[in-house]
Design a protein around this ligand. Sequence first.
Ligand code: CP
Length: 319
Amino acid sequence: MNLQLDQDGRLRHFLTVEGLPPALLTQILDTAESFSSVIGKSVKKVPLLRGRTVMNLFFEASTRTRTTFELAAKRLSADVINLDISTSSAVKGESLLDTLWTLEAMQCDMFVVRHRDSGAAHFIARHVRPGVSVINAGDGRHAHPTQAMLDMFTIRQHKGDFAPLVVAIVGDILHSRVARSQIHALNALGVAEVRVIGPRTLLPRDIDDLGARVFYDMRSGLRDVDVVCMLRLQRERMEGALLPSEAEFFRRYGLTEDKLALAKPDAIVMHPGPINRGVEIDSAVADGPRSVILPQVTNGIAVRMAVMSLAMQATGEAA
Ligand code: CP
């Protein structure tokens, strides 16, 4: 049985895109669509999570994910606690499970978790009581499912149908939880082709098995693509020297206007952020007319509202 789904196939936890039915991914996108109109109103709240408590547990740094989860929960009328891990009892040696059970004792309904260890969100989901939902906000290099879904939402917003699209994911694929989640989502939603572009040292060995075509040369890989997803160089996860220098990386794999000219004329440029200007992307592209990097951030609110409200529907009845 899929840990993420209840017995009726509804989303209970959102831990990874991998293995979820395409219809459920479409349901998340459609639900987010309805919330994106709420976000544009002067009163931006709906009462779907009124009386519920959401706890944000970020054991790793974040700007976009943490704040958009907080905003999403508040727009759904939930009570939100942002636990400051650096001043919590975790620094006194309290284990993850003891922290979890302590917070659960306060009648929390949902944990949003970011952790440096791959599998941390699954671990927590296996130990919470039936009425509690766990949302993965990024675990190690494993998965970042809500990022992938806001990326899919942004692609659908600009391109409509997924079926004819060729999507390139460029850069540090090896350390990227975003890339892994994007590849699963793009294939589940039926795009024509997923390409990954990067140096051999930054591509995982099993990348073909995930359903992506590999390019080591960026100019070949970008030819006629509809969507370019750039990735951050994740120095914090690199062990040893995987790159000659950032300047050499930018020369070969940095997105510049001349490289972008090889993509389709209406291709969009995405990046999950935070961006490293002059390392993986030139400012002229990041701030240019084809960049949808800031709309991705905005869409994160509606997509996270959708995931939280769907998960609460399932767990609400189990509680
Ligand atoms: N995309 C993303 O996860 O950004 P943050 O690290 O700022 O949350």
